[in-house]
Every structure is written in C-alpha cells, then in structure tokens.
Design a protein around this ligand. Structure first.
Ligand code: CUA
Length: 191
C-alpha cells in the first residue's frame, strides 16, 4: 500500500515530464528546421548579407595595376545604368575619403584592404562587411533617398582605428548622372 501510493505520483510525474520534454524537443527541432529553410531561402536570393563569392587579389600590388589603381577608385556608371563603387581601406583611412552615390539606383560596392582586416559599415543602412587583405568584398545595395552617412571602420585594426572613417554622400539620381557625364570616376572629396 505504502509503496503503491508513493510510487503512483512518481510514475505520473515521469510521464508528464516525458510529454513536456517531447513537446520541447519537437518545438526546438522545428525551430532549427525553420531557421535552415530561412538561411537557404535568403542565400539563394542573396537578398540579405549572404557571403559574396570568393575573389582574391594581391594586396601588395593594388596601387600598381588592376581595378584598384588610384584613378579607378570612386563611383563609376556601368553600361546597364547601375553604379559600381570601388574603394580601398588602409591604416587608417578609406580612399576616397568621401564616397558619392546616387539614390534609388542599384549600387555595387567593391572594397579591399591594402594591409590588415578592416570593417565596412555605412551607418543607417544594412551595409556591413569585413574588408580583408587579399580579398575583394562585394556588396549590392540601393540607397532609397539622398542622405549623408558616416562610414566608420568597425573592426579593430590598430592604434588609429578610432580615427578611421569616411563619409558617404547619397545624392539625387539625376544630379549624379549629370556629374557622371563629365567625369569617369566620381567621389565627393573635392566637391
Ligand atoms: Cu580600420 Cu579599424
């Protein structure tokens, strides 16, 4: 008798615990499946900050040849009407120091580092990436309206890290393309 009464609640408690545990297991398992589906969906549509394809570059030769030579930096209009922006990060500045872009236009950023790992963040937007020496970071984005943003380096890169930042000026689309007719590469450093 005494064993039965003491045994009964224990047995019930055990089955309740099993049921609750199973429910949590199903919930957690479902959550993992859902997150994997979300990752695959976003990756396939590359709509979010999915990793860009791996593109390597010799960081010691950036200034000598290739697309990151000095007169090729800044914003350029492509034949399809999109804009490609190239800039370099180095201890402790970005080149150009002020990046000019049109609003409401497909923009591709191509960025690399001349020395160590730096961070790319355009404040107030979802542009956020690492800039690694030896690799070209590529980001596609659209700035909806004219605005000015700060672009700080957000990856500790040495003693001058906190002084490393640039400006991003997003201007009216028509104004940008008018200026682009007179200049092959645009930046707002001298504007
Ligand atoms: Cu460059 Cu921190």
């Amino acid at each position: 008798m005494s064993t039965e009464t003491s045994h009964q609640p224990n047995h019930d408690g055990h089955s309740v615990a099993m049921r609750v545990e199973r429910r949590w297991a199903v919930f957690a398992g479902g959550l993992i499946v859902l997150l994997v589906i979300v990752m695959i969906y976003l990756g396939m549509h590359s709509a979010m900050t999915s990793p860009s394809r791996v593109e390597t570059i010799d960081p010691s030769r950036l200034q000598m040849s290739g697309e990151f030579v000095e007169n090729n930096l800044g914003s350029a209009v492509e034949p399809d009407g999109s804009v490609t922006v190239r800039f370099i990060a180095q201890q402790y500045s970005f080149t150009p120091q002020c990046v000019l872009m049109p609003a409401d236009t497909a923009v591709t950023l191509r960025v690399t580092s001349a020395d160590v790992v730096h961070g790319l963040e355009i404040m107030g937007t979802n542009v956020n990436a690492m800039i690694e020496p030896g690799y070209v970071s590529t980001l596609a984005t659209v700035f909806p309206k004219p605005a000015e943003h700060l672009m700080p380096c957000h990856e500790y890169c040495g003693f001058g890290h906190q002084t490393m930042w640039a400006h991003v000026k997003v201007i009216d689309k028509a104004t940008f393309f008018e200026a682009a007719r007179h200049s092959r590469r645009l930046s707002c450093v001298s504007r």
